[in-house]
Design a protein around this ligand. Sequence first.
Ligand code: C2E
Ligand code: CA
Length: 567
Amino acid sequence: MLDILSVGCREFARFLVLSPCAISRNINYNVKTVVTYAEALEAIESREFDACLVNFDLADKSGLDLIRKFAASEVSMPFILIADEEDDQVDVEAMASGAVDYFVKDQITAPLLRGAISYGIERKRTERRLAALAGFDELTGLANRTQFHRRLHQEIAVANRTGAQLAIFQLDLDRFKQINDTIGHMMGDHLLMKIAGCLRECCREIDTVARLGGDEFAVIATHFNDHDSVEMMARKILANISEPFTIVGHTVHASASMGITLYPNDEDNFERLLANVDMAMYRAKTDGGNSYRFFDANLNGEIKRQRRLGREMRRALEGKKFFAHYQPLFDTKSSRVVSAEALARWRHPSEGFICPDEFIPIAESASLIDRLGERMLRTACIDCKERQSQGLENIAVAVNVSPSQFRRSDIVGTAMRALRKSRLNPALLELELTEATVMQDFEEAANALQRLRNEGMRIAIVDFGTGYSSMTYLKHFPVDRLKIDQSFISGMETESGDRAITRAIIRLASGLGIDVTAEEVENQAQLEFLRSKRCNSVQGYLLGRPATLNEFVESISGQNSSLSVAS
Ligand code: C2E
Ligand code: CA
């Protein structure tokens, strides 16, 4: 049974209801007839119809006015316009106003009208489907950004009515660009589909799961008991994402940074809510990724500062505000300085020195770490060459390489450019990488390390002892130095375990013919212990703090080191 509204002409009803064809095809029409525009408005607003037949001439207005009024509204029924006479102008206007068809009264037959109604209904149905489709992300089938916003508005309205709480999660994959560059865009798309699957698995049917664009996803969770259950959900999502995925036979590792905000606790304004969750996510990213962060009011100021610093860093990297301090590394046997570690320094015009523990994560999240790394490599090589010209011929330089800088495979190219520009002997350049960095993509890392080594550079693994219980990987990597993690050095005096580990690392390194260095040596007792265990070299405030190039050169000219004072 189709409900038809007929406006301004009683004959339409007769056409449909009395049509023998309609009966034979088992279609029944229930026709409501009204005469005026005003009556039509009232009828349309009071109930739903499947289609509307409108006379061009109505007593109070034109039939076109009625069609126009509903063309852009939620009412999605088809309008068919019927005029007394043929008129090209009316034909054009009818279509422009949103009518699905137009007839001249004396040309109408029952089959024609019936056909127009079914076509109109079908067309409106298709339009509805397309509109619904427009709310979905084509790749993953999740809600898209528009749909997510729509749903959030709705959920806020429901929460306001019922007093319920909402949790909004926003997450962004860590290093997706690199993953995409490495495995290719097709595989990158597969990974996004897998992530979508993960999110669906961790959420309930009633939750909204959306892909906001690129590698950014969001979830609106509506029914949860307390803060803990939101936290549990966050942990579950992150754990699922960090499980290795198999994509076309390849194992792909991913992780995500997630921001969480609660409604109405954190904010009761839609835009602020979105800004808050975005800030929390940004913070999770600068915390190092693979983590979640709840929004809190302090974050606002913190994030603003970080974003400002990110912008200022971009400019500062062009100028002279970034430079290196050098911290000496002493040979325990000869008591001589054998190397200097370059440590990045940023002198901010209004805030003074900003410490690397703050600006390195900002550089990572603002995608400036490559530029900073390149800048440090160049500076370190040029300064090292400069030291040579001042008579310090054999003092090497060590440069820290951040995980993301290393994973971009152009680290070899960057280091080579720095060496060529400074004309420094590659054997005097040592690159410091954390254990976690080289372990992440084992084969690729081994490959890159080998290429660096083939070019004559040296490799140091830092934070050694913190990451991996199996140390057999050392056999596969060309490593020249291990730097024992400072946690073992600082715990050495009180923890027998730390002493045992330090001893074991020194022995392991010596067995493999690798140099071993203790970092952050702060007192005499630590130094004595390390010396007695034949640790090759030491570094720390006890012996020398990071200093400018000139101070460094001055302090070691003649090799009168503080180590001899200390011993
Ligand atoms: P790191 O590579 O472990 O560098 C050693 C840090 O410990 C330095 O801090 C140094 O000043 C400090 N330190 C040295 N001896 C002692 C000691 O005896 N006691 C104590 N408490 N601290 C000591 P800094 O310069 O603030 O650097 C912090 C971190 O920032 C570095 O840790 C490194 O991870 C990162 N960093 C610094 N410069 C660069 C760079 O050019 N590139 C990259 N990627 N990271 C850098
Ligand atoms: Ca270091």
